[in-house]
Design a protein around this ligand. Structure first.
Ligand code: GLU
Length: 300
């Protein structure tokens, strides 16, 4: 079976050099290996995603000379798949509703920090400090029926008890040079959100479900998602899904060393194109040069 790769942008802004790099690496890997390249539109956050950004993704990728299998999978059209996975995790007793708002969570964290620093996840966000896990069944029912908004969280401690030592195969490199067999530490993320009252999924859940449904065998993506892979591996094991291999690549940074953002105009593909930069020029800018990567060359 040929290997399967995917590029999975969110249409919540215009693509920049960092996206071009990731998409080109996926494209090159698929070409080198005789594999398939899929495109997935990660548009579950309906408040931030816009059709014009999705249209721009297709156009910018085509301009770069990238081709992918059509149709692209649009996550917003597959909510039932995510709901089914969520139901499976709920049936294992691993999901609970938490009713605190963001402001309430911030307050709880501040209160706990009176006694010293409250633990943070690998992205620097405080772990969930609430106690919704221990609400009684009756209290949960009452709150749900009252129409209160909630997030469905993974009971991380219970989930970790169900799995043996978790690892993944890393062909790229993590922020501390991790390579090869990497030990996954999902507990570092605390009780992550799997879904919300209005949306039966989250980034973590849908990425895992889609990679499995689409038969993705090698995930090539930015190093900013390296640590999130621990959560993805945990969900894969809990849901009985196959394990892809991962290749996290370096991030393209601006001159101050910061990761590019969709709002930084200087590195937007549209702006560069308007300024006369060619697709070959974009390859040069991200360090890929004009020629395709040789099979023996180690990707970043
Ligand atoms: N949609 C994610 C992003 O735009 C990428 C997800 C992934 O590659 O796993 O950052």
């Amino acid at each position: 079976m040929p290997p399967v790769f995917r590029f999975a942008p969110s249409p919540n802004g215009l693509l920049h050099l960092g996206h071009a790099y990731s998409a080109l690496l996926n494209f090159e890997r698929a070409r080198e290996t005789g594999g398939r390249l899929l495109l997935r539109i990660e548009d579950i956050d309906m408040t931030r995603c816009r059709p014009e950004y999705e249209a721009a993704i297709y156009e910018d990728l085509a301009w770069l000379g990238i081709s992918w299998e059509t149709p692209a999978r649009r996550q917003s059209e597959h909510l039932a798949d995510y709901r089914a996975a969520l139901d499976k995790l709920s049936a294992l007793g691993l999901v609970y509703p938490a009713f605190e708002s963001r402001a309430e969570i911030a307050k709880l964290v501040a209160a706990r920090e009176v006694n010293g620093p409250w633990p943070r996840d690998p992205d620097g966000a405080p772990l969930y400090p609430g106690e919704a896990k221990s609400l009684s069944a009756g209290e949960r029912k009452r709150l749900v029926e009252s129409g209160a908004p909630y997030a469905l969280r993974l009971d991380m401690a219970a989930a970790c008890r169900r799995v043996a030592r978790l690892t993944w195969g890393e062909l790229g490199e993590g922020p501390a040079g991790e390579h090869g067999t990497v030990a996954a530490q999902p507990e570092a993320w605390g009780d992550v959100i799997l879904a919300r009252k209005e949306t039966p999924t989250s980034y973590h859940l849908s990425v895992v479900v889609d990679d499995a449904l689409q038969g993705v065998s090698e995930v090539v993506r930015g190093r900013d998602l390296f640590h999130a892979t621990a959560v993805h591996r945990l969900l894969q094991v809990l849901l009985g899904l196959p394990e892809p291999v991962y290749r996290h690549h370096v991030l393209i940074c601006d001159e101050t060393g910061r990761k590019l953002s969709k709002s930084s105009r200087a590195t937007g593909l549209r702006e560069l194109r308007a300024a006369g930069v060619t697709p070959g020029g974009i390859r040069q800018l991200v360090g890929l040069g004009q020629v395709s990567l040789g099979v023996s060359q180690r990707l970043p």
